[in-house]
Write a protein that binds this ligand. Structure first.
Ligand code: BG6
Length: 493
């Protein structure tokens, strides 16, 4: 048996052969962090910005008022966390200096669509919004931090929902294409890495937040969601097509959340269920933008859910000719699938499932599974053979400032360390991993609940769920740990 085969015949947990070989992160690995404009910028009415969907989502620990929006109305009795965020819009120079101090090589964030096109369907962009991101990218570049830019991370201008019903309407393709061309052209010498949409698969679980969709009684939810998804696939392909003309050096990425779904046990019914859930919740949304066509299994799914897609002439060719250059994923947790409905379920990031008895969970019930990250990276690389960037991974926890003004977040260090170890293993397995941007390096508003109490950062922000606090930034213990990780290119974890 060759060395290669001997290694793969061992258990996933064992190290490789009995040599002193040590897996390493590649040179030039993009270490960094990730944010989304609507979760940290605040300044919701500054410099001509329009309203976007999350601007109508109050803090709500149950998540109900955020994840399935019923109407677009502000209520004076509610607190809307996106309006202030962590005021990064006005404090970005100090915040970026903190990231630079940790040695960041990259920063993933989004350009807020409603800052550039406040209504979404205008023909001319808002210069103040464009200028802001020019200054922002200059600040990153000053420290040698590579911007990785998401074009749309839930920031759909609300006018597009009110006027056209958002992504269900083909009109949105044209609006997004104009937005994409504007920013690609404007920042062609400052930004190289792009992601068209945050987590394309979100649309099936949180369609309001992800795509500005609002549902009426009697709607065929599947029809509405998959039609909107088709429009976003086309819009993403058009953005990639435009990008190739504007700057052939651009790297054009796509993104899904990649929570693996294990069969609860070896019952073939559960194995089959896990596979079909994984296809429906994750793979469908990466197969189209990476393989350039609808997967064969979609036909049956559409028939069984009464989905009849309106696909216009040229759409399929466009998808085929404009696939993404690299894949990006978020990874927080895994779950299980079982046909037994009485079995205990688990909370989760966007997707929930059956609880895995082998795993611990965070205070929010998200199951902690570093090995699942290695499995996922291997599966996705086998499937697409495209470079992968992990553009979100992190640990939401309640942090406390002690009497000496310190935040000892060793639990966060343990979570991240365990995931980085598995990334190293995946690299050694042959996965082409090009970067890691940890989610929320400075505490930000939670997307699902709008709370501040669920903190991910290396830097603590003095702000509570009701919006009280000085917004002062304090470095946590993990700040110094991550700084060492980056400076040793992951050799010291
Ligand atoms: C990801 C989203 O799915 O999960 C982020 O892209 C989000 O926007 C992150 O913040 C963590 O979720 P939450 O609900 O803890 O903020």
């Amino acid at each position: 048996m060759s060395d290669y085969k001997a290694k793969f015949s061992k258990s996933a947990l064992e190290k490789g052969d009995a040599t002193d070989y040590k897996a390493q992160f590649p040179k030039g690995f993009l270490w960094g962090g990730a944010f989304a404009a609507h979760q940290f910028e605040g300044a919701y009415a500054q410099d001509g910005k329009g309203m976007c969907t999350p601007d109508y989502m109050p803090t709500d620990l149950s998540g109900e008022k955020r994840l399935m929006l019923k109407e677009l109305k502000l209520d004076a009795n509610e607190h809307y966390p996106s309006h202030v965020g962590i005021d990064h819009y006005n404090r970005y120079k100090d915040d970026i200096a903190l990231l630079a101090e940790m040695g960041f090589k990259s920063l993933r964030t989004s350009i807020h669509w409603a800052r550039i096109f406040p209504l979404g369907d205008e023909l001319e962009p808002n210069e103040a919004g464009l200028q802001h991101y020019d200054d922002y990218f200059d600040e990153l570049i000053k420290y040698g931090i590579e911007p990785v830019i998401t074009m749309s991370h839930y920031e759909t201008p609300v006018h597009l929902t009110e006027t056209y019903g958002s992504w269900e309407n083909r009109k949105l393709i044209e609006c997004f294409e104009r937005f994409a061309k504007t920013i690609l052209e404007r920042y062609k010498n400052k930004v190289k890495y792009w992601i068209t949409f945050n987590q394309m698969n979100d649309i099936t679980f949180i369609p309001s937040m992800a795509a500005g969709l609002i549902f009426k009684e009697g709607d065929n939810k599947y029809q509405k969601i998959y039609q909107a998804a088709h429009h976003r696939f086309v819009a993403s392909a058009l953005a990639i097509k435009a990008a190739r003309k504007i700057n052939p050096d651009f790297e054009m990425g796509m993104m899904v959340f990649a929570n693996p779904i294990y069969p609860y046990d070896a019952d073939p019914n559960n194995v089959l269920l896990a596979k079909s859930q994984e296809r429906e919740s994750v793979h469908f949304f990466s197969d189209v933008p990476l393989r350039g066509k609808y997967p064969a299994y979609a036909k049956r799914f559409f028939r069984e859910h009464d989905v009849k897609l309106a696909i216009e002439e040229g759409d399929l060719e466009l998808l085929e000719e404009n696939t993404a250059d690299y894949m990006t994923i978020s990874y927080y947790m895994s779950s299980c699938a079982s046909t037994n409905r009485g079995i205990q379920t688990t909370a989760g990031n966007v997707f929930t499932g059956v609880k895995n008895p082998h795993l611990e969970a965070s205070d929010w019930g998200w199951q902690i599974d570093p090995i699942g990250l290695r499995i996922t990276l291997n599966d996705l690389y086998d499937r697409y053979q495209k470079p992968i960037m992990i553009t979100e991974n992190g640990f939401g926890a309640v942090d406390k400032i002690d009497k000496n003004g310190k935040v000892n977040d060793d639990y966060r260090i343990s979570y991240l360390k365990a995931h980085l170890e598995q990334m190293k293993e995946a690299i050694d397995d042959g996965v082409e991993l090009i970067g890691y941007t940890m989610w929320g390096p400075i505490d930000i508003v939670s997307a699902s609940s709008g709370e501040m109490a669920k903190r991910y950062g290396f830097v603590y922000v003095d702000l509570d769920n009701e919006g009280n606090g000085t917004l002062e930034r304090t470095k946590k213990e993990s700040f110094y740990w991550y700084k060492d990780v980056i400076s040793t290119n992951g050799e010291e974890l």
